[in-house]
Write a protein that binds this ligand. Structure first.
Ligand code: SF4
Length: 328
């Protein structure tokens, strides 16, 4: 098998909970996540808050180091890459453009900053590249000298996108990139991301709780629950026949993606358990309408499952039975 652009194998990130400086427990924010991403593709990572998707973004960006597991870029382990090589390959678009840009800098300076830090280009050369990128993301070059407060929310997100692109990354981590924006401009930013992906062959890790956007944008969908993948497959497979009860519940809670069959299902009940004290067995068993005795003791492995022309990976002991019931 050829090397993927990005490969994550058995990634774990456990945070210690300390009492008098000694670790007394561990929060397993990521607990054995394996994923692949090819150039020009979009992998959406979905799940409720606290499922581990933001920790995954931080580990991929090198903000947090993994407790265990491997990340490789085009077959090269991340540990063998310099920080600068890594930064050039993977960049981030933040959820809140307001908090991620310096209010005292001009638009071009904000966009050019990563280039200034990671290259020996002159100020004029950095500015030229920044202005070029402003055009590419749909901002007028004459706005280059303006300060962030002089832009709308959507324009500020375009500044964030231009800054993320200035080092020519191969992968963009998009962490809820439209959730802080006005509904009227969300579609514009999504269309811009699609156009840039096409033009630059970018790969996206798209972190979102908004499944209607995911359905529009993703090639593959990875569903996370309490630090683990519970379902992973192509967008069509996951949206047409969600096989894990948690995925089914997430989809049925999203009105715009309800199909006839999905609309009969229950939205996910209750709150996710504390990651500090997850339940034994299947972490979803306290909320799962299909739970059986085995679910409270045995952790389901992520395994191949095909409910009929829609192969994917799913972590559920009873996926076959649940699919059979759904088709009656
Ligand atoms: Fe529900 Fe059991 Fe499947 Fe977990 S393993 S999702 S509790 S049926």
């Amino acid at each position: 098998m050829t090397s993927a652009l990005l490969e994550i194998r058995n990634l774990k990130k456990h945070f210690p909970v300390r009492k008098f400086l000694k670790p007394t427990a561990w929060v397993k924010a990521l607990d054995g996540v394996t994923l692949r991403l090819e150039a020009g593709r979009t992998l959406a990572v979905v799940g409720e808050s606290g499922c581990g998707k933001s920790t995954l973004a931080k580990v991929l960006l090198g903000i947090e180091s993994p407790t265990e597991g491997e990340i490789s870029l085009e077959g090269r382990a991340s540990s063998s890459l310099s920080a600068s090589e890594f930064r050039r390959a993977i960049q981030m678009i933040f959820q809140d453009p307001y908090s991620s840009i310096n209010p005292r800098k001009r638009a071009w300076e904000i966009i050019a900053e990563p280039l200034r830090i990671n290259s020996s280009l002159s100020r004029a050369e950095c500015k030229e590249r920044a202005v070029e990128l402003m055009r590419q993301v749909g901002l007028r070059p004459e706005f280059a000298e303006r300060y962030p407060h002089m832009f709308s929310g959507g324009q500020r997100q375009r500044i964030g996108i231009a800054r993320a692109l200035i080092l020519h990354p191969r992968i963009l981590i998009c962490d809820e990139p439209i959730s802080a924006l006005d509904v009227s401009i969300q579609a514009q930013v999504i269309n811009l991301l699609i156009a840039l992906q096409d033009e630059l062959k970018l790969a996206y890790v798209f972190i979102s709780h908004d499944l209607s956007v995911v359905r529009h944008l993703a090639d593959e969908v990875a569903v996370m629950y309490l630090g683990r993948l519970v379902e992973h497959g192509s967008r069509d497979a996951v949206f047409r026949k969600p096989s894990h009860p948690y995925t089914q519940a997430l989809l049925s809670a999203t009105p715009s993606v309800q199909g006839d069959r999905l609309s009969q299902r229950q939205a996910v009940q209750g709150e996710p358990p504390s990651p500090l004290n997850p339940p034994p067995g299947c972490a979803f068993h306290l909320r799962c309408p299909f739970a059986q005795a085995r679910c409270a003791s045995d952790v389901p492995e992520l395994r191949e499952f095909d409910p009929g022309m829609n192969p994917r990976l799913v972590a559920c002991h009873f996926a076959e039975e649940i699919a059979a019931k759904a088709s009656i």
